[in-house]
Design a protein around this ligand. Structure first.
Ligand code: PBG
Length: 325
């Protein structure tokens, strides 16, 4: 009796063998924790649609960033929620604006232990909620927005951000910001370009997290979910413009894009497991429908397997602790 000749199960026979042949690794250093800091609060304020995630005060921000560093997480990505907004998003490049203040605090507190990163986009700072400034006809003005981004980039670099997350999806943002940073001597400030950022329904809970003022949608600047080639093209253009890293976002609904981007560019590729992905797993786990820890780790492993070198995830600290056992 010699059938079957090929026995694939040989590689799955024990934890030790499986461990030896596992193709994809997941390590704390490959995780980045997004954090929200809100102006004018003194205690963390929970976000209802993201159980376990909160808008932070400067104090509670320091605490969670320190916990992330202690767990071995590779970086934190800061988002600001200002008390006042206007059409230009003036709080974004004000050195005393909440995001820049928080960056200074974290650079001093955990800047040696992990990479302090900042989201570079206007949507949290504008009263209309768009990622750029508006032209007279109400459309998002690409080139006028680039001027605002440049000023924001310099403010963030001065505050001590080591990596700028360019998430606004304006054409030319990488090249223009790189040039401006270099001219001011910030040649070491890293640029993460949200190359393939899709106009996604999975950002829902994030809008609560930043008290978004948006009415309408972002379909004139974020990618159409039906387009894979266009996502790859965005990544190629961003690499040419000088991006150090490119991002695919969201992660789980765009794993095919992630794989193709990984196979196309020659720089690190990151993926953002967004608020809606987090909320879905938390909600199913809270109902007892899936095993929370196993689902979280499987989701992260899948994103790594599809090609992400690093994953931005709201579970970063907790997952890092699990991984360290
Ligand atoms: C925009 C921005 C968004 C997210 C990160 N940056 C939302 C959007 O484009 O509407 C979403 C992140 C998430 O859902 O977790 N600056």
């Amino acid at each position: 009796m010699s059938f079957p000749d090929v026995r694939l199960r040989r590689l799955r026979q024990s934890p030790a063998v499986r461990g030896l042949v596992r193709e994809t690794s997941l390590e704390p250093r490959q995780l980045v924790l997004p954090l929200f800091v809100r102006e004018g609060i003194t205690e963390a304020a929970p976000i209802g649609s993201m159980p376990g995630v909160a808008q932070h005060s400067l104090d509670s921000l320091r605490t969670v960033a320190t916990e992330a560093a202690e767990a071995g997480v590779g970086g934190v990505m800061l988002f600001g929620v200002p008390a006042v907004r206007d059409a230009q998003g003036s709080g974004a490049d004000d050195p005393k604006g909440i995001l820049n203040l928080a960056t200074e605090v974290l650079a001093a507190e955990v800047g040696d232990a992990l990479v302090v990163q900042t989201d570079l986009c206007l949507d949290e700072f504008t009263d209309h909620g768009h990622c750029g400034v508006l032209a007279a006809d109400g459309s998002v003005d690409n080139d006028a927005t680039l001027e605002r981004y440049t000023s924001m980039a310099l403010a963030q670099a001065r505050a001590g951000s080591q990596l700028l997350g360019l998430s606004g999806m304006m054409d030319g943002q990488v090249g223009v910001i790189r040039k401006a940073l270099d001219a001011e001597g910030f040649t070491d400030t890293l640029l993460l370009a949200y190359a393939a950022k899709y106009a996604s329904a999975f950002y829902g809970p994030f809008r609560e997290a930043v008290d978004s003022q948006l009415t309408g949608d972002r379909r004139t600047y974020q990618l159409d979910p039906g387009n894979r080639r266009e996502g790859v093209r965005e990544a190629v253009v961003d690499e040419e413009e000088g991006a150090d890293i490119v991002m695919v976002k969201p992660a789980m609904a765009f794993l095919d894009v992630l794989r193709e981007v990984r196979d196309t560019v020659h720089i690190p590729v990151w993926a953002y497991q967004v608020s809606g992905e987090y909320a879905m797993i938390e909600a199913a786990a809270a109902n007892g429908w899936i095993d929370r820890r196993a689902s979280v780790l499987e989701s992260l492993l899948s994103i790594r397997r599809a090609g992400a070198d690093v994953v931005l995830t709201y579970w970063a600290t907790e997952a890092a602790r699990w991984l360290r056992g």
